[in-house]
Design a protein around this ligand. Structure first.
Ligand SMILES: [Zn+2]
Ligand SMILES: [Zn+2]
Length: 339
């Protein structure tokens, strides 16, 4: 079977490898139908992801059909449609005991620490297999994982009815976070420097959009909130400057959720944190978000709506990364298919 494996910076090879076999009674083998390409995959492709161990088959946004089951897996059938959960964890460490298995001391994430979904068949354990109704198109199901990222950040930041939220960045994660926040009842302002992305955010329910190339975000937030400022700020850009800016956009008793993984330093004073009693929430991937996200997708509350706009066969995986790097404006969400 085919597998796309990264060996180093821009060294992506399509290989013929052996199909996985059931070796434990809890194993599930998935025939992969679709894999989304994430910004973090592009970091791996460029050798810039600090967590990854190379060489690696990427892909953590994976959907497919059950092809084979270990003997202990009783709640799934061959042919069931599955959304794959990317993490496996120990269940015993401090993080796991706090209900935060996404930061388990022994965390293993597909496509990062273990080979992921950019291959025709993928072996996972039953705990990682979430069934989704067969009526849901693969293009929508494949957004479940990025939606769990939005579910996690909005849960961490306690986004909900009556709250004002600023999302910095109208890329894929910013956009899915917007839809999630609207589903949770918040008032949402979205910022970017790309007017097309902002217009798409507006079509997708943003109450306010701000082009930070030619408008003062601080002034806009002040006016929008009658001086209260935003109760929650989610930074889906991840630059040192955008993280710094969160502190002047946030209200008293507010929350900041940075999503970037940059190792660059930001310049932040202690005073606003103390004075406004701010909370800064880290948010890494997700914990326990697949079940609510899948239900919301099945109910039509969370949709695709034109986010998945580029498809490539696994054989053309190189072209998919070329598009992502050379024409990012054309790629909201690129997916790989396996037919
Ligand atoms: Zn991702
Ligand atoms: Zn653990």
């Amino acid at each position: 079977m085919l597998a796309a494996r990264v060996y180093g910076n821009e060294d992506l090879r399509l290989e013929n490898v052996e199909k996985p076999r059931i070796t434990s009674p809890e194993d599930v083998i998935i025939k992969v139908k679709m894999v989304g390409i994430c910004g973090s995959d592009n970091h791996i492709f460029h050798g810039e992801n600090p967590f990854v161990v190379l060489p690696r088959v990427m892909g953590h946004e994976v959907v497919g059909e059950v092809a084979e089951l270990g003997e202990n897996v009783k709640d799934l059938l061959v042919g069931d449609h599955i959304v794959v959960e990317q993490i496996s964890y120990c269940g015993k460490c401090y993080a796991c005991r706090q209900g935060m298995p996404n930061v388990c001391s022994h965390l293993e994430a597909l496509g990062v620490h273990k080979d992921g979904g950019m291959q025709e068949y993928l072996k996972i354990t039953a705990m990682q297999a979430h069934k989704i109704d067969k009526s849901v198109p693969w293009e929508t199901a494949v957004l479940a994982e990025p939606y769990t990222v939005a579910g996690n950040s909005t849960t961490r930041g306690q986004v909900g009815i009556g709250k004002t939220l600023v999302i910095q960045g109208a890329g894929t994660i910013g956009l899915l976070t917007l839809r999630m926040a609207k589903a949770k009842g918040a008032n949402v302002m979205v910022t970017d420097i790309d007017q097309d992305k902002l217009n798409f955010a507006k079509e997708n329910g943003a109450d306010e959009i701000v082009n930070t190339k030619n408008e003062s975000l601080k002034e806009k937030v002040t006016k929008w909130t009658n001086g209260e400022m935003a109760n929650v700020v989610i930074d889906a850009v991840g630059l040192p400057q955008t993280f710094e800016q969160c502190f002047e956009l946030v209200s008293v008793a507010g929350a900041i959720v940075p999503l970037g993984m940059s190792e660059k330093y930001s310049h932040i004073a202690q005073k606003p944190i103390m004075q406004k009693e701010l909370t800064i929430y880290g948010s890494r991937m997700q914990s326990y978000q697949f079940e609510p996200v899948i239900k919301a997708i099945e109910n039509g509350l969370l949709i695709d709506g034109g986010v998945v706009n580029q498809k490539f066969d696994i054989k053309d995986v190189q072209k998919a990364f070329d598009l992502m790097n050379n024409h990012p404006e054309q790629a909201r969400k690129i997916v790989l298919t396996f037919d």
